[in-house]
Write a protein that binds this ligand. Structure first.
Ligand SMILES: *[C@@H]1O[C@H](CO)[C@@H](O)[C@H](O)[C@H]1NC(C)=O
Ligand SMILES: *[C@@H]1O[C@H](CO)[C@@H](O)[C@H](O)[C@H]1NC(C)=O
Length: 706
């Protein structure tokens, strides 16, 4: 059946308008600009950094917790780094392209200097502690086997063809997954990058090259789901975005987000769909951001499963960015695996029908063949032709997969989200919380939790000194550390950073489920680090649980009359407001008293400014509003504060000022006289150099203002 793109029909336009009502249904007070409670600027102590001179594109990682290594693929090199401290390099192996490969590539590629290199894109663990590595290899993708023995990384130089496994073009998005030593990959199989497939290496099987299967896709991730409690039912899920075939009423093509799935036991058909997936089905993923009129585009996913629970309780977390340039809102949506499963197992299919002169996609209302297309229960070789022909033409489900609660979990305006990791932690209240770590395009990491529908961003940490796109984010539950890779380098940071809170109030109001206040030690510590009872109130932020705080010690500070003085009081929280008191009276902001973000600035200080200053920080949480003294200063005039002395000092300063003033005036007069007579060239006057006379009058006017 041929596909007619560009067809316009009222029916399709009706279906696309469905995006809008959903957006309007949302309550208006949704926290679109949920502000992180704390901004943590870049600091080398934030985490360990690894990078090497002249090496870039650190964009693929493999955690080897068994040997305590982080395997890291960059441009033309693979590293083995210490998982506890990635700044310690254990080994590395180069994989460069040959001169011949470079020359071949140069003829074909527009930008040979940057692209005719070997960008390592695939790193997986396989049997016998070996690893499988693939690189773009100057637009001639190749795969190899790698081992780590006696502290050395070695490539076997097997020279395996990487077509369909690894992209040709280092900029093209791809996905790969190793399941039982079998590589699943979603990438291009041709040099131009125009033939894109989802394939399994052995027995080899792939998608049809048809726009109804994959239409200019951008691959995001591959995930396996062990669903075998229902027989031979394990599946592999593919997340991607593509140009929609089903919505065609826009001038510009609409891109939609999708999830597709295949059966692990699929061997292809016997006649129809030979060596092609007989189980490939896909559905649209909705992530409704209020105000966005075009569907949002999926960027990254994280499969979260509780090992104690049934696979249907697993959750796919996914991040989305806007399709149009006019919006800057990124979002997180979560999908229950059972919802996804239901759409594929029970939902309606879409089918192409002819309406007047064009073809459109509508819900298929006829009989669905038995066995149902896309179920893994029957051996694919035994599937009747009827089932195969059905799925060949109708891989798209009519039902759309909605996120949990039919709304986003988190939205934020600003740098685009690029990556996500979700970790669970049991708080002192006994409940388990999912903490999201989100990497962005400007090198920041957000840490956010959803407390009963209330989204709370604990902090935003600047991981890299300059804004770098975080391209890969991984988490080790053995080290409790996150690893973020960019073109520039890799940074390792801990999940829990409780030490950033110095007071009990700050520790509680941070509402970080990893952290609690240790009253005995007087510090904010990680739950995992102690057996002691800690104070924590993540859902309410109830700081009244804190022991009555001892008063903040008073810092002595003095100033010169007429000078300026700054009393520092850095705010620990973006959600807090700061007030200052002088001897118990509120300091009103004025020209002389400037309330800065990080302190109080007193200009042209006088004797009346001496006194006891308190910096008060007030922060509202769900439970209440809490005020605490954050800093105290005893401010006094420098020297003996006796008034006669100050008076004696006054005239002498004035005298000096008068002398300097007189001197300056005479100097200026002298200079002006010289300029006027042309003894000295005026530095800002270019008329002489230009040789023109038109500016000459300026030379005479200039001394005027002096
Ligand atoms: C590799 O890194 C450099 C920056 O060091 C960047 O300009 C380039 O776009 C990156 N290439 C790819 C394929 O990501
Ligand atoms: C976490 O680590 C343990 C080993 O300490 C491992 O058995 C388990 O599978 C890991 N869990 C996840 C979700 O990665």
């Amino acid at each position: 059946m041929a596909l007619h793109r560009g067809a316009m029909h009222p029916l399709i336009c009706i279906s696309i308008s469905c995006f809008l009502p959903l957006a309007l249904m949302r309550n208006v007070d949704s926290p679109l600009d949920c502000v992180p409670r704390r901004y943590v600027p870049y600091h080398s102590d934030n985490g360990h950094l690894f990078r090497e001179e002249a090496v870039s594109n650190y964009t693929v990682m493999l955690l080897r917790e068994d040997v305590n290594l982080l395997l890291l693929g960059a441009r033309e090199v693979v590293y083995a780094l210490d998982l506890d401290d990635i700044s310690k390099k254990r080994a590395s192996v180069k994989w460069e392209v040959t001169q011949q490969q470079k020359d071949d590539c140069k003829i074909k590629v527009r930008d040979p200097e940057t692209q005719c290199k070997n960008f390592i894109k695939i790193l997986h663990r396989i049997e016998d502690d070996m690893m499988y590595v693939c690189g773009t290899n100057a637009f001639d993708p190749e795969c190899d086997y790698m081992s780590y023995k006696n502290g050395e990384l070695t490539l076997a130089q097997a020279g395996e063809d990487g077509k369909g496994k690894c992209p040709f073009n280092p900029f093209q998005r791809h996905a790969s997954l190793m399941v039982d030593d079998n590589l699943y990959s979603a990438t291009s199989i041709n040099f131009l990058g125009s033939e894109l497939v989802l394939m399994r290496s052995s027995p080899p099987i792939r998608t049809e090259i048809k726009t109804s299967w994959l239409n200019e896709p951008n691959f995001v991730s591959l995930v396996q789901m062990p669903e075998s409690d229902q027989g031979n039912d394990d599946k592999v899920y593919l997340f991607f975005s593509e140009t929609a075939v089903e919505y065609d009423c826009y001038k510009k093509p609409v891109v939609v987000s999708r999830v597709a799935r295949v059966c692990k036991n699929d061997l292809g058909g016997t006649r129809t769909l030979q060596r092609k997936w007989t189980s490939f089905l896909k559905a649209r993923l909705e992530c409704p951001v209020p105000g966005s009129q075009l569907p949002n585009i999926i960027q990254n996913t994280y499969l979260w499963c509780d090992p104690q629970k049934h696979w249907k309780e697993c959750v796919f977390y996914a991040i989305f960015i806007p399709q149009s340039d006019t919006s800057e809102v990124s979002a997180v949506c979560a999908y229950s695996v059972s919802d996804v499963n239901r759409v594929f197992a029970e939902g309606q299919f879409k089918t192409l029908v002819r309406v007047e002169t064009s073809y459109i996609w509508v819900a298929y209302s006829g009989d669905v063949p038995d066995p149902r297309p896309g179920s893994c229960q029957t051996e694919s070789m035994d599937l009747p032709d009827q089932t195969l022909l059905f799925i060949k033409d109708r891989p798209l489900m009519d039902d759309v997969i909605q996120p949990i609660g039919e709304k986003t979990l988190l939205e934020r305006r600003g740098a685009a989200f690029t990556s996500i990791v979700v970790n669970q932690v049991q708080a002192t209240d006994g409940r388990i919380y999912h903490v999201m770590f989100i990497g962005t395009a400007d090198g920041t990491l957000l840490k956010a939790v959803n407390y009963d529908g209330e989204m709370f961003i604990i902090e935003q940490v600047q991981l890299f000194q300059s804004p770098e796109v975080i391209k890969v984010l991984q988490f080790s539950n053995v080290t409790g550390q996150l690893y973020a890779g960019s073109d520039y380098g890799v940074v390792q940071v801990p999940l829990a950073t409780c030490k950033r809170s110095l007071s009990c109030m700050d520790c509680i109001l941070a509402r970080d489920p990893y952290c609690g206040w240790d009253s005995e030690a007087g510090s904010c510590v990680a739950l995992s680090s102690t057996q002691r009872r800690l104070i924590q109130s993540v859902r309410e932020g109830d700081a009244s649980l804190c022991p009555t705080t001892d008063s903040v010690h008073v810092v002595n500070k003095s100033f010169l009359a007429g000078g300026s003085v700054k009393l520092p009081c850095p705010s620990m929280s973006n959600l807090a407001t700061t007030d200052w008191e002088q001897d118990g009276h509120r300091v009103a902001p004025s020209l002389r008293h400037q309330l800065l973000k990080d302190g109080l600035l007193i200009l042209n200080a006088t004797d009346s400014d001496a006194g006891l200053y308190r910096c008060l920080s007030a922060e509202r949480s769900k439970a209440d509003k809490y005020t605490a003294t954050v800093a105290q200063y005893q401010l006094s005039v420098k020297g003996e504060p006796r008034i006669p002395q100050a008076q004696r000092k006054g005239p002498s300063v004035v005298g000096l000022q008068v002398a300097i003033g007189l001197l300056t005036v005479s100097l200026v007069a002298l200079l002006a006289w010289n300029f006027y007579n042309g003894h000295l060239p005026l530095p800002w006057n270019c008329s002489r150099k230009m040789g023109g006379k038109s500016y000459e009058s300026n030379t005479q006017e200039d001394p005027g203002p002096l």
